[in-house]
Design a protein around this ligand. Structure first.
Ligand SMILES: NC(=O)c1ccc[n+]([C@@H]2O[C@H](COP(=O)([O-])OP(=O)(O)OC[C@H]3O[C@@H](n4cnc5c(N)ncnc54)[C@H](O)[C@@H]3O)[C@@H](O)[C@H]2O)c1
Length: 329
């Protein structure tokens, strides 16, 4: 198989990466994953290990000699490895900055040497606390102070974007940046502060759903299957889309309180809502955004992508996955 058909996924044993790996294998590609299993799980990809087109390396992307070898083998690199989740980021601020910035620096430096096609996963967090609705890719960023750890994630990801665009500008490295908004679906776990799996699990157990703040903050949730489709469409573009940034997310907006109520209804649960102040959950130094809605016009115009699955589809898929997991625990 030629190098172009062989892809490397950093962070491929994580939530999005493991779905991406399956989709690419199904499309006939050869897939190599590197993941240090910090938030990813071997179980997410264990069933792929018999496939001759699949390889897993349990290691860090900061291991340069190994990364050199892997990137030489592969044409395209989907760079997903990162510290992820508000709770983890608040608890491990040093590791967050190190992993995000140093890891991406390694990927881009080697991609420049071996001329890989690179897709970098950034985040809607880079828009910061801008109150503009919806967010467009060229909008100003509004970040909080460096004394509030929450902003370290957004700043480190923004620095990754600067570095990727600088490589494009200087050497035409074929890089595309994707700003993911809230992505949800099977295999995402609630322990790092992810709201949908957390609420669904509590609803299935009949426990109270803890709504942080006043619950009026809203988000748009996109099914991971739709997100994976967007990543592949963009990475497969070898001339359009280079040196560009694209929002990827759903435009169906709902408040966290509405989300909790919908999950209770969809799962037929008897759970109740419990409102908890942010300070009690994250301590001092936490700030949250009221709304975060993407404009997806740019990606739609570039590759024809729009999300196809609804919030109800997401809740049903997450609930089915968690029921299996809870039965096995
Ligand atoms: N899930 C979302 O809603 C969302 C939103 C915005 C951006 N993103 C971005 O999408 C990407 C994937 O996120 P996810 O939701 O699948 O999270 P995840 O935590 O499931 O995946 C990240 C993976 O990276 C791995 N990893 C971390 N540090 C590593 C290192 N140094 N070396 C090798 N592997 C390492 C982890 O073990 C994990 O498997 C991340 O870059 C994240 O910032 C996700």
């Amino acid at each position: 198989m030629d190098r172009d058909e062989h892809v490397l996924i950093t962070g491929g044993a994580g939530f999005i990466g493991s779905h991406l790996a399956r989709a690419l294998l199904k499309a006939g590609r050869r897939v190599t994953i590197i993941d240090n299993l910090s938030t990813g799980l071997h179980a997410n990809v264990a069933d792929l290990e018999g496939d001759p087109n699949f390889r897993l390396f349990v290691d860090t992307i900061q291991d340069v000699p190994l990364m050199q070898k892997l990137m030489l083998d592969c044409g395209t690199v989907y760079h997903l490895a990162s510290a992820v989740g508000v709770k983890l980021i608040m608890e491990q601020p040093v590791a967050t900055i190190d992993t995000i910035y140093q890891g991406t620096e390694v990927v881009l430096r080697l991609a420049r040497r071996y001329r890989n096609r690179v897709l970098i996963t950034s985040t809607s967090e880079v828009y910061g606390k801008s109150e503009k609705v919806p967010y467009c890719e060229d909008d100003d960023r509004v970040e909080g102070p460096t004394t509030k750890h929450r902003w370290a994630y957004a700043c480190a990801k923004a620095l990754d974007e600067f570095l990727a665009l600088a490589h494009w500008k200087e050497t035409r490295l074929p890089v595309t940046i994707v700003r993911l908004f809230n992505t949800v679906g099977p295999r995402q776990r609630g322990q790092y502060g992810m709201v949908v799996p957390n609420f669904v699990q509590r609803a299935l157990r009949g426990e109270d759903l803890e709504v942080h703040g006043d619950g009026q903050q809203s988000r748009c949730f996109c099914h991971v299957y739709d997100v994976v489709r967007a990543l592949i469409l963009l990475a497969d573009q070898k001339s359009n889309c280079l040196g560009q940034i694209y929002n990827v997310g759903s435009t169906e907006e709902l408040s966290i309180r509405q989300l909790a109520e919908l999950i209770i209804r969809e799962t037929g649960s008897e759970s109740k809502l419990r409102v908890i102040p942010y300070q009690a959950v994250y301590g001092d130094g936490f700030e949250d955004m009221r709304r975060r809605v993407p404009s997806i016009q740019k990606i739609h115009e570039a590759v024809g992508w729009t999300p196809s699955l609804s919030m109800q589809d997401i809740i049903q898929d997450v609930a089915s996955d968690l029921r299996v997991q809870m039965a096995n625990d």
